[in-house]
Design a protein around this ligand. Structure first.
Ligand code: G3I
Length: 362
């Protein structure tokens, strides 16, 4: 697949339309064989990916391996509507390297291969995170120098394996606390903040064309956390570190898309960085009322426009596609209904909101 963060134009499905009789008759009179007339299928342009392709951006979904391999309704919607996928869990450290030096690529490969055969790009998620670390790594009591080597090996091996097949990597995930200080983690505590530049440089060496991101939540508004990230991004760029984008996870509560979101994304974009909404979902206290579903639709439109209205917005990814498999109810007790499709794959008002956010003519 092309090595760019821009999606390939979606191949339009073509439908055969009969020629009008008079024209057909005239053609038959002059040529021995008449060719069917090919016209674009209008429905392709009205899917989420149709609108995204037309703007040259990505609309993505986080994909779980279980529904990918067991639920054909899920893959039908995924492949019809999305031109990008992110592994919800399959590329995290505990999934990929459950014991030291021994990798399990099965689920990650499945997703990358699925994407290739459905004209979808892949966002890689994630290389350096404080969470979902295998116990050998968490409890290994490694020295700084050992840890450095372990991190470099993991990045070299993982990014190298998918070189040319992943258009963007969340190299660094959730590295700040809410007050803007560096989050305490295995990496921060043992290696200091320098691990960020190192990880970005190693990832760049392993796949020079992949766009490299720092990804985080609660950085959508202008606040202490986004200010700290802004300062770090500026510093990394000044040092020539290969940082290419900022991922704004955007796990929102209905009615609470931050009013400063667009201006905040723009200040990062003004540094020359790509910006992407990487994990959008908008949770509602259950049971969701009609008014809340309508507000959620507005919120999906606003959130996607907040990115797409900014230069260098590469696209919007939703964290799942159906409420059937969302992480939200398991984490936020009493909340759910956060995604564009309900549990039976009916498109919710949120789908229309997202679609209108992607469609510049809506
Ligand atoms: O892999 C084990 C499996 O072996 C075991 O049988 C099963 C039993 O519960 O658990 C499985 O692990 C679960 C994993 O998802 C895969 O299903 C973990 O318990 C569970 O905690 C994990 O949750 C994921 C969470 O990240 C933690 O990694 C969610 O699905 C995923 O949506 C969520 O995604 C994160 C992003 O990566 C970063 N930003 C926030 C976002 C939401 O929390």
């Amino acid at each position: 697949m092309p090595h760019t963060s821009r999606p390939r134009p979606h191949r339009r499905r073509r439908v055969l339309r009969p020629l009008p009789l008079a024209v057909a008759g005239a053609l038959i009179a002059t040529v021995a064989v008449t060719l069917p007339q090919l016209t674009p299928d209008a429905s392709a342009a009205t899917t989420l990916r149709g609108f995204a392709d037309a703007r040259g951006v990505r609309v993505g979904a986080a994909v779980g391996d279980t529904p990918l391999t067991s639920d054909s309704s899920y893959t039908t919607v995924l492949d019809r509507e999305f031109n990008s996928v992110t592994a919800e869990n399959a590329m995290k450290w505990d999934a990929l390297e459950p014991s030291r030096g021994s990798y399990n690529w099965a689920a990650a490969d499945r997703l990358v291969n699925h994407a290739a055969s459905h004209d979808q790009g892949v966002r890689g998620h994630t290389l350096v995170w404080y969470s979902q670390l295998p116990s050998w790594l968490k409890n290994g009591n490694f020295s700084a120098s050992q840890l450095n080597t372990i991190l470099k090996n993991h990045i070299d091996t993982t990014v190298g394996r998918y070189k040319g097949r992943i258009y963007a990597w969340d190299v660094i995930n959730e590295t700040f606390d809410e007050d803007g200080s560096m989050r305490s983690s295995l990496w921060q505590d043992k290696l200091g903040t320098g691990y960020i530049a190192n990880a970005l440089r190693w990832a760049h060496a392993a796949d020079p064309a992949a766009k490299l991101y720092i990804n985080d939540y609660n950085i959508e508004a202008d606040n202490a956390k986004s200010d700290a990230l802004y300062a770090l991004a500026k510093q990394l760029l000044a040092q020539g570190v290969p940082l290419h984008g900022i991922g704004f996870q955007s796990h929102f509560v209905v009615g609470q898309v931050p009013s400063s979101m667009k201006a905040n994304l723009k200040r990062f974009s003004d540094l020359g960085l790509e910006v992407s909404v990487t994990e959008l979902d908008i949770r509602i206290p259950l049971p969701a009322s009609t008014a809340e579903l309508a507000q959620q639709s507005t919120d999906y439109k606003t959130a996607s426009e907040n990115c797409l209205g900014v230069p260098r917005c590469a696209g919007v990814t939703v964290w799942g596609l159906t409420d059937k498999y969302s992480w939200v109810p398991g984490t936020f007790s009493g909340y759910g209904a956060a995604l564009p499709y309900n549990e039976s794959y009916a498109a919710k008002p949120a789908y229309t909101g997202l679609s209108n956010g992607l469609n510049p003519n809506a």
